[in-house]
Design a protein around this ligand. Structure first.
Ligand code: NDP
Length: 335
């Protein structure tokens, strides 16, 4: 079964492998496959699920809510987010204004078919709203019992510090940050992680397998396998294109013998690598098929020796991105 970790320094426990439904539910995969994936996750011991209002323009929340119907609510940890434009994408259907947060949480709860979410996250930083207004709205969402905890996603160390100071004054805490993090993308290590850790916040990290690239299934100079994200014309192909470079794909192939020696598959090695870091509360994995979850959950509880961690660093070499300046939110609200 999948191990639990605390979400930051909060009392909430979440599964260290959490299932997220970006690009899959309501988009790349049919509804019955989505439901199969959620039920397989539950059978494997995953009880934490991550979604967002913007995924498939709100449909992903509906699919997740349908798939979880009838489950005991107390046995689930549900995370969603607000910020990116949704619905008709009008001037107030975006950002972190009081209006959009208050309407956003009600819409998410309606689509999920739930009375509350466990974690409500600011999907990016909104430069167009005073931070006080955003944090007061989150405080009120918590007091109304609509979200039990509040987190952020892709905020800089400075934004996290300012947000936590206001939250503390208002009587609640930011418990988590949701950044991208994998063996290929380590930009949070220098600044975001030390600040978050000091402030009691855990990292629940996205694309731990670099969208599937660290599974090793994309070979340099060759067509991507049919049905993979790199062939998904509804958005996946565009998102993964940042990784589809021959230098990256060649370096990733050098991980194969390391995984073999450790007795792991490449997807398991990629997720286990993330879970070795004690600032991690969870790796948020995606899956387009139930079999992927069956394979990936076996990374829970795996201990990688220092020699393995060093070998991974050496194999990936300079294709690893570490520049902390790459933690950014849009300067203008997206339309
Ligand atoms: P991953 O890096 O885990 O990539 C998942 C994809 O990799 C799958 O959909 C599948 O794609 C492929 N894959 C998974 N397992 C295997 C396997 N065993 N063998 C081969 N291929 C495999 O994570 P995601 O990029 O999906 O992100 C995970 C979650 O993170 C999201 O669902 C969301 O909750 C969150 N997220 C948050 C963001 C934010 O801004 N806060 C941004 C992005 C994601 P396929 O089969 O189609 O090739």
């Amino acid at each position: 079964m999948v191990a639990y970790r605390h979400l930051g320094s909060s009392g909430l426990k979440i599964t260290e492998i959490t299932y997220g439904n970006w690009l899959t539910h309501g988009s790349q995969v049919e509804a019955d496959t989505a439901v199969d994936c959620v039920h397989t996750a539950l059978d494997l011991g995953i009880t934490s699920f991550d979604t967002a209002d913007v995924y498939a323009n709100t449909v992903a929340e509906e699919v997740l809510g349908q798939a979880l119907k009838g489950q005991r609510r107390e046995s689930l940890e549900i995370f969603t987010k607000v910020y990116w434009p949704i619905g008709p994408k009008g001037p107030n259907d975006v950002g972190l204004s009081r209006k959009h947060i208050m309407e956003g949480i009600d819409g998410s709860l309606r689509r999920l078919g739930m009375d509350y979410v466990d974690l409500y996250q600011a999907h990016r930083y909104d430069y167009a709203t005073p931070l006080e207004e955003t944090m007061q709205a989150f405080a009120d969402v918590v007091r109304a019992g609509k979200a039990l905890y509040i987190g952020v996603s892709e905020w800089t160390a400075e934004q996290i510090r300012a947000g936590q100071e206001l939250a503390t004054q208002m009587g609640f805490r930011l418990v988590s940050n949701q950044p991208q993090y994998s063996a290929l993308w380590r930009i949070i290590e220098d600044k975001v992680v030390p600040t978050s850790t000091e402030l009691g916040m855990g990292q629940i990290v996205w694309s731990p397998m670099a969208e599937g690239v660290l599974s090793g299934k994309y070979l340099p100079g060759q067509q991507p396998p049919a049905g993979s994200r790199a062939t998904d014309e509804k958005g996946g192909r565009e998102m993964i294109s940042r990784w589809m470079r021959d230098d990256v794909l060649t370096a990733v192939q050098r991980l194969k013998p390391i995984a073999d020696d450790a007795g792991l598959t490449m997807p398991q090695l990629a997720i286990a690598w993330v879970l070795q870091h004690d600032f991690i509360s969870a790796a948020l994995v995606g899956a387009s098929r139930p079999e992927q979850l069956v394979e990936n959950v076996k990374a829970s509880g795996v201990q990688l020796g220092e020699d393995v961690m060093t070998a991974i660093d050496q194999a990936l070499g300079d294709v690893v991105e570490r520049d902390p300046a790459l933690t950014v939110s849009p300067e203008q609200r997206p339309a």
